[in-house]
Design a protein around this ligand. Structure first.
Ligand code: C5P
Length: 228
């Protein structure tokens, strides 16, 4: 069973809601509860590290289905939240143990994709991430609202989560990225900065990250369709 790290300390300001997006209702339960439910279905005996804003007063531990879990203080950025989680489990996680990091804002990830990603992480020393090939034509802007050019989408992927790496490797990658000032918006980019090439695990495109207001009804439809 992997370690699970779920960064859930964001404010989700792009949603423009009265509360962080992990506490918005998705089919009658908070997004956070839905996401943890999916993770638990795939990995019922995993150990969980949940990163929450220390000031967060909305969180209810009853939403956590795992027997073995801990709450960790989130940091200023997502990467800081993940680094705090890794530090919190030092001495508990062995260097070679797989750690899967999954955004709380992705409740539609399927059990099948979660298990395929875990299998890839177990067999690949570099680690892996769920990803989906880019389908749209990609434009680059000129900084003034006009098209400067069209980028080739061949070989381009959307990086999704979970992303999984051996505990020791991920800790080293995040520490070195912080030291060198490398911008890290996902775990894979920190590992890439070490000169390594994480494996792309082709995933369902409906593993959307709830970010904007229109994403919430879309996520409801996806969950309903997946239940059919
Ligand atoms: O805002 P965005 O959707 O990019 O955040 C991705 C994930 O990182 C979310 O699950 C969010 O709660 C988490 N996060 C965090 N700590 C921060 C910022 C974001 O745990 N400081």
């Amino acid at each position: 069973m992997p370690w699970l790290v779920v960064p859930a300390a964001g404010q989700g300001r792009r949603m423009g809601a009265d509360r962080p997006k992990q506490y918005l209702s998705l089919g009658g339960a908070p997004v956070l509860a839905r996401t943890l439910e999916r993770l638990h279905l795939a990995f019922p005996r995993a150990r969980l590290c949940l990163c929450l804003d220390p000031e967060d007063s909305r969180f209810d531990p009853a939403w956590v289905p795992f027997a073995d879990w801990r709450r960790v203080a989130g940091g200023a950025e997502r990467v800081d939240s993940v680094a705090n989680a890794l530090e919190a489990i030092a001495g508990h996680a062995a260097d070679g143990e797989p750690v899967l990091v999954h955004d709380v804002a992705r409740p539609c990830v399927t059990v099948d994709d979660l298990r395929r990603l875990h299998a890839a992480v177990v067999e690949d020393a570099v680690g892996a991430l769920l990803a989906a090939p880019v389908a749209d034509t990609m434009k680059r802007d000129d900084g003034a609202g006009r098209v400067r050019g069209t980028e080739s989408r061949a070989g381009l992927w959307h990086a999704l989560t979970p992303q999984g790496f051996a505990y020791g490797l991920l800790r080293r990658a995040l520490a070195e990225a912080a030291q060198c000032g490398v911008a890290v918006t996902d775990e894979a980019s920190a590992v890439e900065a070490l000169g390594m090439a994480p494996r792309l695990v082709s995933a369902r495109r409906d593993n959307l990250k709830i970010t904007h207001p229109e994403d919430l009804p879309l996520a409801e439809l996806i969950l309903a369709a997946q239940a059919d």
